[in-house]
Design a protein around this ligand. Structure first.
Ligand SMILES: *Cc1c(COP(=O)(O)O)cnc(C)c1O
Length: 381
C-alpha cells in the first residue's frame, strides 16, 4: 500500500520533551526518581486543580490500579465491581490479588457504568452476605461516567470508588477533573493515550499519607534502616526520570491536544451528519466535557445504505490504509473472565456489535481528514 497508515491514536510530541530528557542525562538522573519525576507529579497535581489530591507517577496505569486495590486492602476471594465495557487492564489487577471481579453493564448516554445496574449488584451481593470491597468505574474514550450518581451509591453503601481515568486526562464532569472523584484515580501515559511517556501511569491519591504509602509500595517497600529491610511485599512500579521528562514536555501541550482531539470529533459530527444510520458519540449535555481521546460511531445496520454494518465500514477504511477498531469487547464476554458474575442488560454487548472507533489523533492532518472523508463518501455515495 502506497499511502501512509492513518492510525487511531499515535504519539504526538510537543517539542520540549527532549529538553527535559537532556537535563536528565546532564545530571545523570537516569533512575526511577529525580527532578523530572517530581516535576511531572507537580504538573499533574496542578493540572487536576484539586486542593488535597496528590499524584504518584508510576510505570503504568495497570500498576496504578494494582496499587489502588492493594491500598484498599483487597484480599483473595474479595469481590470487586468493575465496568464491563472497558480495556482488560481495568479488571486484570483484581485477578492479580486473587479477588473476584463482578462486571456491570453500561448505560447508553456515556457508555460507562450503569448506576442502576451498580445498585442492583451491590444490594444483591449484600443480601448474599458478600459486600463488594471496591468499585472500579471507567471514563471510556474520555467520556466522563455518570460519576456523581456512582459516587453517591458508593457512599451510601460505604464502598470505596476507584476511577479508571486512563483515557480521560483533562475530561471534566461539572468542571471537576475525571480521576478526582474517587478514593483513587488512575491515569495512563501509554503510547496511544492523549499524552504519552512511552509507557507510564499515575495514581491520584486522596492525601499525602496515601501517596507516601503508594510510593513506598512502588519502590520495593523498604523499611527505614541502613540495610535492606522489608516488612511488606513491595513492587517495582515507579516511573523512570527519563520517561517523566517526556511527560513534562507533554504536559505543556496537553490542552492543545485536547482541543485538537475535540476538533476531530467535530469533524466526524460533520462528516456523518447526513449519513443515515450512523451517529457520532458525544456528550449527553453540558455537564460533561470529554477530551474525546477517541471518537467513535454507532452503526445501525437496519438504517444504513445497503445495510452496511460497522464491519463494512471498518473494511472500507482498511482498504485505504486507515485504522479503525470495534469498541472494547465487554469483559463479561471475555474467555478469561467467563466465571465472573454480571449485572445488567445488553447495552455493552450492543455497543460492541455496532460501535467503531475512528482515527482521533491530535496529529492528524488535513490530508488525513480528506482521505477519511473520501473513504466514507465512496462507501455511501
Ligand atoms: C490504557 C488503559 C489502561 C492501562 O494503562 P497502561 O498504562 O497501559 O497500563 C487501563 N484502563 C484503561 C481504560 C485504559 O485505556
Amino acid at each position: 500500500m502506497s499511502k501512509n497508515k492513518i492510525w487511531l491514536s499515535s504519539p504526538h510530541m510537543g517539542g520540549n520533551e527532549l529538553k527535559y530528557i537532556e537535563s536528565a542525562f546532564e545530571n545523570n538522573w537516569i533512575a526511577p526518581l529525580g527532578p523530572n519525576v517530581e516535576g511531572f507529579e507537580e504538573d499533574l497535581r496542578k493540572y487536576l486543580g484539586h486542593d488535597t489530591k496528590q499524584v504518584a507517577s508510576l510505570s503504568s496505569g495497570t500498576a496504578a490500579l494494582h496499587l489502588s486495590l492493594i491500598l484498599l486492602g483487597i484480599k483473595p476471594n474479595d469481590t470487586v465491581i468493575c465496568q464491563s465495557m472497558t480495556f482488560s487492564a481495568s479488571a486484570n489487577p483484581i485477578k492479580y490479588l486473587g479477588a473476584k471481579p463482578i462486571f456491570i453493564d453500561s448505560e447508553m448516554e456515556t457508555w460507562n457504568m450503569c448506576p442502576d445496574a451498580l445498585r442492583t449488584c451491590i444490594e444483591s451481593e449484600i443480601c448474599a452476605d458478600n459486600k463488594p470491597k471496591a468499585v472500579i468505574c471507567v471514563h471510556l474514550y474520555g467520556m466522563p461516567a455518570k460519576i456523581s450518581e456512582i459516587k453517591t451509591i458508593c457512599e451510601e453503601f460505604d464502598i470505596p470508588l476507584i476511577e479508571d481515568a486512563a483515557e480521560a486526562l483533562g475530561s471534566t464532569y461539572k468542571n471537576e477533573m475525571c480521576g478526582t472523584f474517587g478514593e483513587f484515580g488512575i491515569l495512563s501515559f501509554n503510547g496511544n493515550k492523549i499524552i504519552t511517556t512511552s509507557g507510564g501511569g499515575a495514581l491520584i491519591c486522596d492525601s499525602k499519607a496515601s501517596k507516601e504509602k503508594a510510593v513506598f509500595l512502588a519502590t520495593q517497600a523498604r523499611d527505614k534502616a541502613p540495610h535492606y529491610q522489608h516488612s511488606e511485599v513491595g513492587y517495582n512500579y515507579r516511573l523512570s526520570n527519563v520517561c517523566a521528562g517526556i511527560g513534562r514536555g507533554q504536559m505543556e501541550v496537553l490542552n492543545s491536544h485536547i482541543s485538537l482531539r475535540r476538533k476531530m470529533n467535530d469533524f466526524y459530527q460533520d462528516l456523518f451528519k447526513e449519513i443515515e444510520g450512523i451517529t457520532v458519540f458525544k456528550e449527553p449535555n453540558s455537564d460533561y466535557f470529554s477530551n474525546h481521546w477517541l471518537s467513535a460511531i454507532i452503526v445501525d445496520a437496519t438504517k444504513t445504505k445497503n445495510n452496511f454494518t460497522r464491519e463494512d465500514i471498518r473494511l472500507a477504511f482498511e482498504k485505504e490504509n486507515i485504522e479503525s477498531r470495534p469498541l472494547w469487547k465487554p469483559m463479561h464476554l471475555q474467555p478469561v473472565f467467563k466465571d465472573a458474575l454480571y449485572f445488567g442488560g445488553t447495552v455493552a454487548e450492543d455497543l460492541f456489535r455496532d460501535g467503531l472507533c475512528l482515527p482521533s489523533g491530535s496529529n492528524l492532518t488535513n490530508d488525513d481528514r480528506d482521505r477519511i472523508t473520501k473513504a466514507i463518501k465512496k462507501l455511501f455515495k
